[in-house]
Write a protein that binds this ligand. Structure first.
Ligand SMILES: [Zn+2]
Ligand SMILES: [Zn+2]
Length: 443
């Protein structure tokens, strides 16, 4: 099955490259790429692009789909790509779509958007409120898709100036189900040299972008533990093995992993966010379940190991047993998101050219996680935040039932995406790049 899949993947990539080459031959003239950032923003703000992005975003917002279930979202992306004449590969990682614009030749640079929604009930009353009870786009991924399609439209209109190939990655399941990892396993980064991602934020003003070199977002993981003792009458504790006492001791001991075992200058978090056990005043329960999250920029697996040890050993002290699950509900740990220093510099300069120098804001590292980190682990990557805060309204933070996207940010995202891709390919061409090893052999 794997061989057949690989063969299909290879064949489709080959056909795609041929198609791209033929379509770009007729228009292979170099333009002045330096004027592109501002031109892209003007175009992205024009009704032709802006209204189109807004319509797409609203449609996706009304029909939120969870990780690996983004079938309608994916269908919408493919039909829009068809309309603007962009070739793509589908399916990748169940619902993922990968579009290609340009020469079909190296260098390949990727732009990424995530497609999934969250298990939440939308509390915002508006015309395009989620039509699906208990599901909501509360992290802005509906807008991320619209912005990447916007960039696709701009790039497709200017494909004759692309000095290589732009790869558009629409990935499923960012929210805890490691969609990026699955995309990589299915060949999404084949030949790709660098990747860029954008996420909305309410902490940066509209029309500004923010990032930093190096560690940007923490590695993130979850744990769930069942601590088992022997229940019985609450007034006769000597005949029981009390898991409530064991769990209490575990919760306190876990705090020492950060306060006593971590360099105070190295940020880490261990939070126990749920404790479930017992339901009577006079009964000691048989077991208690606890769960929470851990975050770290360095030594993540060591911290995971210590969480496991502390839970099991503290349980033993209190004569209980504990089983620890580090992937509860299939939630896989995420590596930290680390921005490539060279790409960060390019990004900062590009924002200066596109908007103004003041429009770039240096970000502080945050303890949130992003599965863009999987991509940036394999090839140089750059993840940035796009501002949407303005004076007239307040915008709730991501994962709030009151979350709203400021749609005025869409043109900035589309123009930033498109400009970064053009800029990257231009810089690469000026330095003279070699095709990836084996590229032509495969063709
Ligand atoms: Zn999210
Ligand atoms: Zn998100």
């Amino acid at each position: 099955m794997a061989i057949l899949n690989n063969l299909l993947l290879f064949t489709s990539t080959f056909q795609l490259l041929l198609l791209l080459r033929v379509s770009s031959e007729s228009s292979q003239t170099a333009g002045d790429v330096s004027q592109f950032p501002t031109k892209f923003l003007e175009l992205a703000k024009s009704p032709d692009v802006f209204d189109w992005m807004m319509r797409i975003r609203r449609k996706i917002h009304e029909n939120p789909e969870l990780g690996y279930e983004e079938f309608e979202t994916s269908k919408l992306i493919r039909s829009e790509l068809d309309l603007i004449g962009v070739k793509y590969r589908y399916p990748v990682a169940v619902t993922g779509v990968i579009g290609y614009i340009g020469t079909g030749e190296p260098p390949f640079v990727a732009l990424r958007a995530d497609m999934d929604a969250l298990v939440m009930q939308e509390a915002v009353e508006w015309e395009h409120k989620s039509k699906v009870a208990g599901k909501m786009h509360a992290c802005g991924h509906d807008g991320h898709v619209a912005m990447l399609l916007g960039a696709a439209k701009l790039l497709q209109q200017h494909r004759h100036v692309l000095q290589g190939t732009v790869v558009l990655i629409f990935q499923p399941a960012e929210e805890g189900l490691a969609g990026a990892k699955k995309m990589i396993e299915e060949g999404a980064l084949k030949h790709v040299e660098a990747i860029f991602g954008i996420h909305f934020t309410n902490r940066v003003p509209l029309g500004k972008a923010s990032s930093r070199p190096g560690s940007m977002l923490a590695g993130s993981g979850f744990f769930e533990a069942v601590i088992t003792g022997k229940g019985g009458h609450a007034a006769i504790p000597q005949h029981t093995v009390d898991p409530v006492i064991a769990a209490s001791s575990v919760v306190l001991s876990l705090q020492h992993l950060v306060s006593r075992e971590t360099d105070p200058l190295d940020s880490k978090v261990v939070t126990v966010s749920k404790v479930n056990g017992g339901n009577a005043f006079n009964v000691i329960p048989d077991s208690v379940t606890i769960g929470g999250t851990l975050r770290a920029f360095t030594s993540f697996s060591q911290l995971e190991q210590r969480v496991k040890e502390v839970i099991t050993k503290q349980a033993t002290v209190h004569r209980c047993n504990a089983s620890v699950n580090l992937t509860p509900n299939g939630k896989e740990p995420l590596p930290p998101t680390v921005n490539d220093v060279g790409l960060y510099k390019q990004f900062k300069n590009m924002v200066g050219d596109l908007l103004s120098e003041e429009s770039f804001m240096e970000a502080s590292p945050i303890m949130g996680g992003e599965d863009f980190s999987y991509f940036a682990e394999v090839i140089p990557g750059h993840f940035a935040f796009l501002g949407m805060q303005d004076e007239t309204k307040s915008y709730a933070s991501a994962h709030s039932s009151l979350y709203r996207v400021n749609e005025d940010a869409l043109p900035y995202g589309a123009a930033i995406h498109a400009s970064m891709a053009v800029q990257y390919l231009k810089d690469k061409a000026s330095r003279g790049s070699e095709p990836p090893k084996g590229f032509h052999d495969e063709l």
